[in-house]
Design a protein around this ligand. Structure first.
Ligand code: AMP
Length: 226
């Protein structure tokens, strides 16, 4: 399926085109129309499936077509690691290159003051790891009361890394009415519980095929003597 069949805006299609993508991946084909329709989504998808564009493109379109609350944080993406946060923020900037939105990336291990200065200038999208985000909330250097869209990326890894309590505390700072997306490669009981608490009548999509390696991984078998 081509990207222009998914209901994306001309600005986003131009950005996708400049990346050289021809066809939308299966997760993009399924997730993008659902998210554009305002649905909560529970998605099973590994890294390498194109999941980042799968939530970033409709997230940007959501911001594009609601022009109120400019420079207030309207979309929040939580990720388990700073590497992933930086990568997702890069995607938001790349796909949003023809749109006027500002993105801040928030993670630990670096100066909090630089992040505070950036937040003070006003941003539309925040991509964050839970620990440092909570730190900002406790210092009252971030306002999440205008969040309309929340994404939990690699939720299973966030739980593995012990972020569940931080995530639950962050949820309390968000408005009750919002769209929620949860991406996870695996679905443990804990993930199901978090999803049940977080998502409103979600549509479930499953992309990860069990036993299939991520794209880009080549596996070779060399039979050898005992
Ligand atoms: P992700 O699963 O989001 O980490 O994406 C894996 C890689 O696939 C990234 O390098 C993307 O730039 C690339 N990618 C995403 N969507 C597409 C697409 N529709 N066609 C080709 N490559 C893509």
């Amino acid at each position: 399926m081509l990207f222009n069949q998914l209901g994306l805006s001309a600005e986003l299609l131009r950005a996708v085109e400049s990346q050289g993508y021809e066809e939308a991946t299966p997760i993009q084909q399924q997730a993008i129309p659902l998210i554009l329709n305002g649905r909560d989504v529970l998605a099973g998808a590994q890294t390498g499936t194109g999941k980042t564009a799968g939530f970033t493109l409709p997230l940007l379109q959501h911001l594009q077509y609601g022009t109120v609350n400019r420079r207030r944080i309207r979309a929040l993406v939580l990720t388990p690691t700073r590497e992933l946060a930086a990568q997702v923020a890069d995607s938001v900037r790349t796909y949003g290159q023809h749109l006027p939105f500002r993105t801040a990336v928030i993670y630990g291990g670096v100066s909090i003051n630089t992040q505070i200065a950036r937040l003070k200038k006003g941003v539309d999208v925040v991509v964050a790891t839970p620990g440092r985000l909570l730190d900002h909330l406790q210092r009252q250097t971030i306002d999440l009361s205008a969040i309309e869209l929340l994404v939990l990326d690699e939720a299973d890894r966030m739980l593995d890394m012990g972020f569940i309590r931080d995530i639950r505390k962050i949820m309390k700072a968000l408005p009750g009415t919002r769209q929620n997306l949860l991406f996870s490669a695996t679905f443990s009981t804990e993930i199901r519980r978090l999803a049940a608490d977080l998502l409103n009548s979600p549509t479930e999509i499953q992309i990860a095929v069990h036993g299939k390696p991520a794209d880009g991984i080549h596996q070779l078998v060399y039979p050898v003597d005992k």
